[in-house]
Design a protein around this ligand. Sequence first.
Ligand SMILES: Cc1ncc(COP(=O)(O)O)c(C=O)c1O
Length: 318
Amino acid sequence: MLYSSEVQLLTTKTHWQQLSHPVLARYQVQLWICSVDTAIPQVSGNKCLKLKYALADVFQQQKAGVFTFGGAFSNHLSAVAASCKLLGLQSVAYVRSDSLDLNNPTLAFCAAQGMQLKTLDRSRYRQRHDAHFIRQLQQQHPQLLSLPEGGTSAEGARGVAELELAMTPEGAADLLVCASASGGTLAGIINRHTTPVLGIAVVKDRTLPEKIKQLLLPQSSTRLWQLSTDYTGAGYARFDDGLLQFCRDMARHQLYVEPIYTGKALAGLFSMITSGQIAAGSRVSFLHTGGLQGLQGLHYRGLITATDLALLSGSTAG
Ligand SMILES: Cc1ncc(COP(=O)(O)O)c(C=O)c1O
């Protein structure tokens, strides 16, 4: 069928990288990083997995595209914009902002992909999960399907569950790890695997465990999983010099992460390793969920230097 072969364009190669680092050697932990690469960097990581079935639904229901929600520097918005462009679909974004700054690299990218950008102030943005509010927006976009913020839905978790994260090139992992924000990625990993799963929360959200549980399938009720909330720092998208230093250190070990999602979660995992919470001899598989486009926004806001932008995104050797 046309829609499924086109949406396949979003699904691509899984790449494994064993991280070589003195801390891992000292604590005898084998750490494998699993990346999901697509031809379009903005769609790589968890994005292609989370969007796959939602976009297939657009074709199945013969709709013209999607409308969705996100912050002004959102990885999700850039992924939706790029995949809709690729698939010839319309995309509309409701951006959490009072005004649209088209010099912002994320919004500039989205606009260049043909995404229509609209603003919602903070109080209206809070209604983004409200069924009545979505119905009102749906009336304005009868030809578009509504896609939740972050692409987190049963379809999103279903796409993530297609990823085999437990089988590293050196054998079965003892623990599967990922960053968790809206919970769809973690839920998908739990739904797929019987291996224990650890989510590292990168947002302060007391409702996150409940959001994850709502996406679990019946067979997951006995699965071993845990959500660590110890490494959120000052909250979503906040990071300190120590975390930036950690991301630089990773880049010097050929692993490129940003400090909002993957870097924050990985720094949490390293803390768990050095505090003895991960047993020596463990083989750990960590899902690199992407998000490197966000580095440009951090640089745009003066939160990282041009040198850090180049180093963390892998465009210079550090
Ligand atoms: C780069 C990156 N990593 C991890 C996550 C967290 O995924 P989830 O919202 O499914 O928990 C996100 C958010 O979608 C993200 O953009």
